[in-house]
Ligand binder design. Sequence first.
Ligand SMILES: Nc1ncnc2c1ncn2[C@@H]1O[C@H](COP(=O)(O)OP(=O)(O)OP(=O)(O)O)[C@@H](O)[C@H]1O
Ligand SMILES: Nc1nc2c(ncn2[C@@H]2O[C@H](COP(=O)(O)O)[C@@H](O)[C@H]2O)c(=O)[nH]1
Length: 212
Amino acid sequence: MSDPLDRRGLMLVLSSPSGAGKTSIARALLAREPALEMSVSVTTRPPRPGEVDGRDYHFIDEAAYQRLVAEDGLLEHARVFDHHYGTPRQPVEAALAAGKDVLFDIDWQGAQQLKGRAEDDLVTVFILPPSADELARRLTTRAQDSAEVIARRMAKAADEMSHWSDYHYIVVNQDLEQSIAEVAAILTAERLRRKRRPGLARFVNTMRQAEE
Ligand SMILES: Nc1ncnc2c1ncn2[C@@H]1O[C@H](COP(=O)(O)OP(=O)(O)OP(=O)(O)O)[C@@H](O)[C@H]1O
Ligand SMILES: Nc1nc2c(ncn2[C@@H]2O[C@H](COP(=O)(O)O)[C@@H](O)[C@H]2O)c(=O)[nH]1
């Protein structure tokens, strides 16, 4: 009998203005979801204190980034806050082929590019902060960027937020635990979608035949 749980992997995208909480939600989700794999982006920005190469990002220089673009090694890529960011193609394709789900922490430009390439497999979530003041507070208390970088990110927040309505789901990240639970619920529901479960038709047919 075919496995009724047999299904296609999905691509779960989290976007938000900088500091709204994508990384915090993503980390918690990965810790509780063994079938979920993080897409580790490449970036030309320097590492923040505590960031680990290969875990948080693959930190690369401009020449390496341009090579990846030229050889079509990135599934999507964009310039964000004066640096280049991109999603390495091969690990995502390998994970999806193995039936795993992949989590992306990317901006609206990246989400738009993925939509153009893999709309059927894509589930997008926009994370909003509870207020502009709280967003500023989070960026400041994270204490990992210079005052200049924080000011630049705050200045871009309104523009980033203008893309909220292009996303399938919206989570207002006031209480972190609740936001994690909400994104986990989205993942659970999307995994159960009929279109992602090709094994179901045979499963039901086999049961129906057994009844005859
Ligand atoms: N619900 C919350 N309540 C209070 N603080 C939060 C909440 N969610 C996240 N934070 C804190 O806000 C700061 C920014 O969060 P985080 O780094 O997850 O944001 P981000 O959206 O990934 O930002 P960036 O796009 O710049 O990487 C962190 O210090 C984090 O601990
Ligand atoms: N389009 C893409 N955007 C990305 C990717 N990796 C990260 N990001 C986004 O960049 C900003 C800034 O990130 P930070 O780590 O410097 O704070 C944030 O919105 C990320 O979601 C990517 O591969 N492609």
